[in-house]
Design a protein around this ligand. Structure first.
Ligand SMILES: Cc1cc2nc3c(=O)[nH]c(=O)nc-3n(C[C@H](O)[C@H](O)[C@H](O)COP(=O)(O)OP(=O)(O)OC[C@H]3O[C@@H](n4cnc5c(N)ncnc54)[C@H](O)[C@@H]3O)c2cc1C
Ligand code: SF4
Length: 454
């Protein structure tokens, strides 16, 4: 197994644009971590634990840091969340654990739980990447297939491996990790750090990762495909961690053509494609008001691409993106144009010239009062499609009216007794920590069911 160190996780090329963006919350020194940990009062009914979707025993791990037991702190975190390292860096702690910290009621800064979690996991795993592998149970001879190598499947595979099962992950892209590798804002987590964590997970036991391998609903049409049916036939259980589909488009005139990109596609280029350049871009416009819109706006601003404008059809208060992230965007110099709806993309021949936006009054765009914003790049962050076909290919798997896979909340089991699902394809798009929790719940149930049947 490769060591758990920055830049040593995977085959990512140098020269990626994301590497020009600095780390917003660098790794604590030992002294900083000890000082911050000593502020925690180890609440008995700790509200921070309640607020963590994976239920990490936060006061216990913080106490271990304070008593110089970093290895023990990491073990406490990883017992509940195998992706505790990336979650420590990318979780919106302001609305989760730190948001619930009792210090908020006293008008004092909440404990920096995310930074302490990063400190514990990064420090301990750098010293001993096999920290948990030693707790692995003996082989059971059971095999589980996992669709997608995003956080949901990785967490599930890691827990399954620790339980002694063989896990085989099928990932359609060449780079594993899903949005944790390809989507998280670089000032929180860079792709090679996510890859280092994947190496840690793969080292937990008998896990095979097959990249460039799509699971398909019907008959496979080539070597890079495998059918959903064959997974059901050849494995004891299947976990579906598909995530979401491609970026949605506006459906306005002029949209097709150079300079207009889906936000997640654009972020993936910034994070992983060393050939991708944004040279010459001076006036980017981002459409949307969610966290993806804020992320790409901040990334473009941090890359120094002139004035970045966000166009959002509602009022600023109604944005689904976190207020603390929007505040960060403003500090990065991002301008928000609220209550505006794009109605056309303006081009001179093929060349992008601007985006025409109309004011939104009482929920309706008033095209007659539209104006054109000159721009040389448009990033569309208006949601992602659902990958419904593959999910439905498994007999008994049902979707709700919004295309989310229906599962039992406690076990993540679908309507098919041997098919489980978790992450964004189930919750419609939340956080890495929610995907990690689903993977853990599914693995626990798979182990219990397989043990009962053997
Ligand atoms: C731009 C952006 C920024 C984000 N920032 C944060 C953040 O700061 N903090 C945070 O906690 N969360 C963040 N999130 C959300 C977080 O990344 C997701 O909630 C999480 O990655 C979901 O994990 P998942 O495993 O369900 O899906 P994904 O991460 O999407 O992984 C699904 C995987 O399945 C693969 N796949 C799909 N179809 C197939 C198929 N047919 N065969 C094989 N493989 C397939 C995909 O290629 C992908 O690798 C962000 C999301 C976006 C879009
Ligand atoms: S709520 Fe705050 S002070 Fe209390 S245990 Fe959690 S982190 Fe420590």
């Amino acid at each position: 197994m490769k060591p758990f160190r920055k830049g040593e996780g995977g085959p990512l090329a140098q020269g990626r644009l994301e590497t020009r963006i600095g780390d917003k919350k660098p790794l604590y020194t030992d002294g900083e971590a000890a000082a911050e940990a000593s502020r925690c009062i180890y609440c008995v009914d700790a509200p921070c634990i309640e607020a963590c979707p994976t239920g990490i025993d936060i006061p216990t791990f913080i106490r271990k840091i304070a008593t110089d037991n970093v290895r023990g702190a990491a073990r406490t975190i990883l017992a509940d969340n195998l992706l505790g390292y990336s979650c420590g860096r990318s979780c919106p702690v302001e609305v989760l654990c730190a948001g619930a910290c009792v210090y908020n009621h006293w008008g004092r800064p909440a404990i920096e739980i995310g930074r302490l979690q990063r400190y514990a996991t990064e420090t301990a795993l750098s010293r001993d990447p096999a920290l948990l592998a030693k707790t692995r149970k003996p082989p059971t001879g059971k095999r589980i297939a996992l669709v997608g190598a995003g956080p949901a499947s990785l967490a599930c595979a890691g827990h399954l491996a620790l339980d002694g099962h063989e896990a085989v992950i099928f990932e359609k892209k060449s780079i594993p990790g899903g949005l944790n590798t390809l989507g998280i804002a670089p000032y929180k987590l860079q792709a090679d750090d996510a890859m280092a964590e994947i190496q840690f997970v793969l080292g937990l036991g008998d896990i095979e990762l097959k990249t460039g391998m799509s699971v398909v609903a019907g008959e496979p049409s080539g070597e890079g495909e495998i059918s959903a049916d064959s997974l059901l036939r050849d494995y004891d259980a299947v976990f579906v961690g598909l995530g979401l589909g491609p970026d949605r488009t506006l459906g306005v005139p002029g949209e097709e053509g150079p300079g207009v990109y889906g936000a997640t596609w654009l972020i993936e280029q910034i994070k992983t494609n060393p050939e991708f350049s944004l040279e010459g871009v001076r006036r980017p416009v981002v459409v949307g008001g969610g966290n993806t819109a804020i992320d790409i706006a901040r990334e473009l601003a941090k890359l120094g691409l002139g004035e970045v404008t966000m166009v959002y059809r509602g009022a600023a208060e109604a944005m689904s993106g976190y207020a603390h992230e929007m505040e960060g965007a403003r500090l990065d110099g991002v301008r928000l144009l609220e209550r505006r709806q794009p109605v056309a993309i303006e081009r001179d021949g093929a060349e992008l010239r601007g985006i025409s936006v109309a004011p939104v009054v009482d929920g309706t765009a008033d095209a007659a009062r539209g104006e054109t914003l000159g721009c040389d790049l448009v990033a569309l962050a208006i949601g992602q499609a659902r990958l419904t076909d593959l999910a439905k290919a498994f007999d008994g798997v049902d979707l709700d009216e919004r295309g989310r896979v229906l599962v039992d909340d406690a076990t993540c089991r679908t309507g098919h007794p041997r098919v489980y699902a978790g992450g964004d394809c189930v919750n419609g798009g939340k956080e890495v920590v929610n995907a990690a929790q689903h993977g853990k719940l599914a693995a626990r149930d798979i182990t219990a069911v397989l043990a009962a049947s053997s």
